[in-house]
Design a protein around this ligand. Structure first.
Ligand SMILES: NC(=O)c1ccc[n+]([C@@H]2O[C@H](COP(=O)([O-])OP(=O)(O)OC[C@H]3O[C@@H](n4cnc5c(N)ncnc54)[C@H](O)[C@@H]3O)[C@@H](O)[C@H]2O)c1
Ligand SMILES: [Fe+2]
Length: 411
């Protein structure tokens, strides 16, 4: 026998064994991202000047929701920035569900004023527009390039988020949602640089939110928490945040719909939306969002309203693989009883969600909200391509989605 050959073979085997062990060792890893800095609490907005001063910001462009601007909700922030000696411009053209045109106007204003920081101020619509404006302004690229696969630009302009709704959690996600040029399809982008550097969450800015918007945005937060809790990509931190969010929402959502000026409940709502945002930003979402992105864009149904209509039907569908999670949700809603089986608790969790939706007066039919059954085949095909579907806990077919669309329409 050739001794040389034997020793080479042994070393080769040793290499293979070491490599296999190395590849097997890092198991169950998960990555967790969040804004570098967050300030939460009533009056937090009064600190915006000093917060940006600490980040060496010289000139800020505030990308604001039109209604929020008209209501004067920017005034304390503007005073705080002026006191800190930070030059400020305001772009207040953001309306519900911003499209590529309004984002382009914001980019033009950003280039004109040469700001080194973009501060989104409003609901998810304003925050998402601000994220994309900061990205496009940094990379000098078009929106078509930004939404194309393989986009490699980086954000160099600072980014902050001040939510005025307790819903999307956009202040803590690396996601933006913008309507395409035809305004019939949503571009959903995920990019590490879409994560704001700073989130300032002040529930005092949400006291005047009308009951219908409070209800719809609150249900968006609940859907984030429930979908993140059951997502395929969930991890122990995202699960803990999701359940903490559900706990607050169950208690606070009916209160803020009934009494928008309840400050404690508004703080719970703002905190819950933040927690749910962190949970889904890291764990992913599921079938409710995959379908709701399609029906929302096509029929101009508010994001939270579309989610609310779909949520109980998707929960029933996913119940097959989420028994223990839905049983845990029933526990949080206070509807689980000792004598119940896990299956009964799971069903009780779904019923409790349905009851909450009815209590806060959200619609329960897609057709009543404007959807057309003859589009369901096309909508199902688009939902299958939506990025959110990959984290849904149960495998989904086109026929399953059509059945859910029909159930959610009462047809
Ligand atoms: N980036 C993400 O992670 C993420 C997640 C979920 C949803 N979204 C997107 O966010 C958008 C929806 O955001 P939204 O639900 O917050 O709604 P929104 O930003 O469209 O605001 C809803 C309405 O509330 C008004 N409003 C906002 N704050 C107010 C206040 N304090 N007082 C009075 N009126 C106020 C706005 O003018 C608007 O008419 C959608 O485009 C959705 O696709 C993004
Ligand atoms: Fe959402």
């Amino acid at each position: 026998m050739n001794l040389m050959q034997t020793s080479i073979n042994e070393s080769m085997i040793a290499d293979v064994v070491t490599q296999t062990v190395d590849e097997l060792t890092p198991r169950n890893l998960f990555h967790f991202s969040a804004p570098r800095q967050t300030l939460v609490g009533e009056g937090a907005i009064l600190k915006i000047g000093t917060l940006l001063q600490d980040l060496n910001v010289v000139h800020v462009l505030i990308v604001a929701d039109k209604v929020v601007y008209q209501k004067g909700l920017l005034s304390s922030a503007l005073r705080s920035l002026a006191r800190a000696g930070i030059e400020t411009n305001v772009f207040s053209g953001i309306e519900r569900e911003p499209g590529t045109d309004v984002v382009q106007q914001g980019v033009t204003q950003l280039k004109q004023c040469n700001a080194d920081f973009v501060l989104g101020f409003g609901g998810g619509s304003a925050l998402d527009a601000a994220k994309v404006i900061a990205m496009l302004g940094s990379c000098n690229c078009t929106i078509e390039e930004f939404v194309s696969p393989g986009f490699s630009g980086r954000r160099t302009i600072g980014l902050g988020a001040v939510p005025t709704t307790a819903g999307t959690g956009s202040e803590v996600t690396d996601i933006s949602v913008i309507l395409g040029p035809d305004r019939e399809k949503k571009f959903l982008n995920k990019h590490a640089d879409l994560m704001p550097d700073l989130a300032v969450v002040d529930p005092g800015l949400m006291l005047n939110l009308p009951p219908s918007v409070t209800a719809a945005t609150g249900i968006d937060a609940l859907t984030h928490a429930i979908e993140a809790f059951t997502a395929r990509n969930a991890n122990p931190i995202s699960k803990a945040l999701a359940i903490a969010a559900i706990q607050k929402l169950v208690h606070a959502l009916p209160i803020v719909v009934g009494d928008g000026e309840d400050r404690e409940a508004r703080l719970d709502m703002a905190t819950a939306a933040y927690e749910a945002g962190l949970a889904f930003g890291n764990a992913g979402l599921g079938l409710v969002h995959a379908i709701s992105h399609q029906v929302g864009a096509r029929y101009k149904i508010a994001h939270g309203v579309a989610n609310g209509i779909l949520l109980p039907f998707v929960m029933v569908f996913n119940g097959l693989v989420c028994r223990s999670e839905y049983a845990a949700i029933a526990q949080v809603f206070g509807v689980a009883r000792d004598a119940m089986t896990e299956r009964q608790r799971c069903d009780a969790g779904v019923t409790a969600v349905r009851q909450l939706l009815a209590d806060i007066g959200l619609p329960n039919s897609l057709v009543a909200a404007g959807a057309r059954p003859e589009h369901f085949n096309e909508l199902a095909e688009a939902a299958l391509q939506d990025i959110c579907i990959v984290d849904n806990p149960r495998n989904v077919t086109k026929a399953d989605i059509i059945a859910i669309l029909q159930q959610a329409s009462g047809t």
